[in-house]
Design a protein around this ligand. Structure first.
Ligand code: NAP
Length: 336
């Protein structure tokens, strides 16, 4: 770092839709300041840099990689390009926070983790929900046994959309599809509360004409008999609630992707509700966490772990393989 000794200099790679939302919150991250923006289009980079208060604008991702104007790069391009962009930055000794899903598949994640290790830099998938106060408290309570042993996890994440081939979420070559775009959210609580190695993985997919999954329904089963189910999709409305069922109670969390409340229900007791104030949408929490990890010399997050990122990519890839959904960029990848 060159100045603001306690602030990590953040570079934005690919100023698009999610960047616009994240930038509304980022001033709330105490140990981050945005210093640079890189786009494939210099004019766009300059406009975004002006809008986000960054001093430097680059017309290519390589130029930002080579310049000493950033410490941490936020990779916010569509998923097929995450690996190349993240590795480019890590090879230049930049720390990386990469949007979810970390990559198209687990092979790509393995290569990114190897690159982070080789270059001794911090790498984290941007699962922002993990860092929101309501989710942090739920995780603490569940791990401290508040509802006993976890037996089942159920979650939905569906929204009604309109198929639009120009939009990356419906475009096969841009990694479109419900599972990778939104399915990683209902999958994540199973990985956090039941573990990263389910014994059985089953998925059913409804496809668009172009061949991306419009809706995916899936279930997992673990060695100890615990189970999880989720449905994700882009063609219907659901309550988008997470239900964690334990041997001594349950937790119900509406809107668990960006939660502001949850209720603990235990047999024979009054339900206990917890509510949380949320400043803005809450994207700053994951960036503040990444900054503190870096300032403390960590290369991985103890909250959003490499193990979870790898498991999420592996499980989604198995679910896609079961249904024949292969992205053009991974046609030559060989999986066991
Ligand atoms: N955490 C969340 O809540 C959340 C929400 C939405 C999306 N995401 C994730 O964020 C990532 C980006 O999503 P988005 O909706 O922001 O994407 P987007 O707006 O469609 O694209 C983001 C940027 O990617 C760059 N890009 C680089 N190569 C590209 C190519 N070949 N085709 C199209 N764009 C390309 C473009 O930047 P330049 O042209 O300026 O270089 C574009 O502005 C995805 O992985 C998505 O899953 C996360």
């Amino acid at each position: 770092m060159t100045d603001h000794a306690d602030k990590i200099r953040l570079g934005i790679l690919g100023p698009g839709r999610i960047v616009r939302r994240v930038m509304m919150d980022l001033h709330l991250a105490q140990h981050i300041r945005v210093t640079a923006v890189a786009s494939r289009d210099l004019k766009k980079a300059k406009e975004a840099a002006a809008a986000y208060g960054a001093e430097y604008a680059y017309g290519s991702y390589e130029e930002m990689a080579e310049a000493d104007t950033t410490d941490l790069i936020y990779v916010a391009v569509p998923h097929p390009f995450h690996e190349a962009c993240a590795c480019l930055m890590m090879r230049h000794k930049k720390h990386v926070i990469v949007e979810k899903p970390a990559a198209l598949n687990d092979k790509q994640v393995e290569r990114m983790l190897a690159c982070a290790k080789e270059n001794g830099v911090f790498f984290m998938e941007a699962m922002w929900s993990h860092f929101l106060p309501a989710m942090v408290q739920t995780t603490d309570m569940v791990k401290n046994g508040a509802i006993g042993d976890i037996r089942n996890i159920y979650a939905t994440f569906l929204f009604p959309g309109k198929i639009d081939a120009a939009d990356r979420v419906y475009n096969l070559s841009l990694g479109g599809g419900a599972l990778l775009d939104v399915g990683v959210y209902p999958l994540m609580p199973a990985l956090t509360f039941l573990g990263t190695e389910p014994e059985k993985i089953q998925a059913l997919m409804q496809f668009t004409e172009e061949g991306i999954d419009l809706r995916t329904a899936a279930q997992l089963m673990y060695k100890n008999g615990a189970t999880a189910q989720f449905v994700c999709g882009m063609d219907a409305l659901a309550d988008n609630t997470l239900v964690i069922s334990g041997s001594e109670g349950m937790i119900r969390m509406p809107g668990y992707v960006a939660p502001t409340a949850f209720t603990v229900v235990r047999p024979g007791k009054e339900p206990e509700s917890f509510t949380f104030e949320r400043e803005k949408q809450g994207f700053h929490h994951e960036f503040e966490h990444a900054a503190l990890c870096i300032l403390n010399g960590l290369t991985s997050s103890p909250v959003m772990t490499w193990e979870e990122t790898l498991a999420s990519a592996r499980i989604c890839r198995i679910m896609r393989q079961q249904n024949g959904l292969i992205y053009p960029q991974e046609k030559d990848e060989i999986f066991e």
